[in-house]
Design a protein around this ligand. Sequence first.
Ligand code: GLU
Length: 435
Amino acid sequence: MSSAAPTNIAGQKHALPSYLNADNLGPWGIYLQQVDRVTPYLGSLARWVETLKRPKRALVVDVPIELDNGTIAHFEGYRVQHNLSRGPGKGGVRFHQDVTLSEVMALSAWMSVKNAAVNVPYGGAKGGIRVDPRTLSHAELERLTRRYTSEINIIIGPSKDIPAPDVNTNAQVMAWMMDTYSMNSGSTSTGVVTGKPISLGGSLGRHEATGRGVFVVGSEAARNIGLDIKGASVAVQGFGNVGAVAAKLFHEAGAKVVAVQDHRTTLFDPAGLDVAAMMEYAAHSGTIEGFRGEVLRTEQFWEVDCDILIPAALEGQITARNAPLIKARLVIEGANGPTTPEADDILRERNILVAPDVIANAGGVTVSYFEWVQDFSSFFWTEEEINQRLVRIMQEAFRAIWQVAQDNKVTLRTAAFIVACSRILQAREMRGLYP
Ligand code: GLU
């Protein structure tokens, strides 16, 4: 357990994200504990488990840009390829002021597990820049994205490693990445990133895919514990691409969205918030702050009376401190790594079911896979076909994991790790050690 403040490569301390303190592990520490928990179930493949405990490759880059006021600013960027045994690296790029190498390592590892859990033919990767993009102009953001892409150009490519959107990145950022890579390589290469605009080889349904996957997995999990979505109350942390879409789909299925928290505020209405109006409001103001509803204190969010809790923001949110207060029967992890291992234990003891991130939020990368396939074949599918295939893959993956959990009397997280890590390590063993 390390309590040291993360530093940048020059050794300078920077502000600690709220979840990183002396009491806990940080995202990479959380991931390592999750691997330790699955190891006893891996049989002879446990011989290879060390492979999962270190990234295959990690690139740290300096990203200098000229700001609009003429000064030069330097940002630290990362691209980590955790495992490439099952295929090219795949995973998003995050722009956030708290991004660290350790965080990107954990996020890349969770991508390896996620991609194997839903059985898409990818390894795991992730990237990020430590920057608060809200402080940059549109032109500065474009320069930052292009310079970052040029710096990681040596390890990405349609058959090497395929970035995608994550926290604070979107289709426009992907378009700049695709263009930069294409300009550098001398030919238009749509398959180098996913989550692109539709006009540039993006896929229908990709924008909503992560939230839709959260809904599909959540519905399966709810059914298995006899919880009717119709009339169920839902609390959502995060109102971005994942949280807002999940809230909308639960609302459309007859659930009541009673609480939403974003980076600025926490809103509560026991009669149900107007999700559609809130989405419109957030699209204009960039936050739900000021929208109608009772304003709660930040910590009160975890105590809200609800049946379903959806953390869909950042990692390390459900901790030993707030897990005892949660009232929900079901937690669906839209975010990556929102629950610490200690909190996992508390939720399990309290008989609260956790649908873990590596399956619950895998809808995004699943449709990313469809996008990549469509780009390669230059033949595009209808939204209906995409959603049908997405639902089928998510349901099948969830049902298989549910069965493994029952058979081994383990949590869904450990079951998902059993399925995924076995796939990764089987591939590792078949390929063998080179030389
Ligand atoms: N950033 C998303 C995730 O965490 C999507 C990654 C992708 O589509 O490659 O799963």
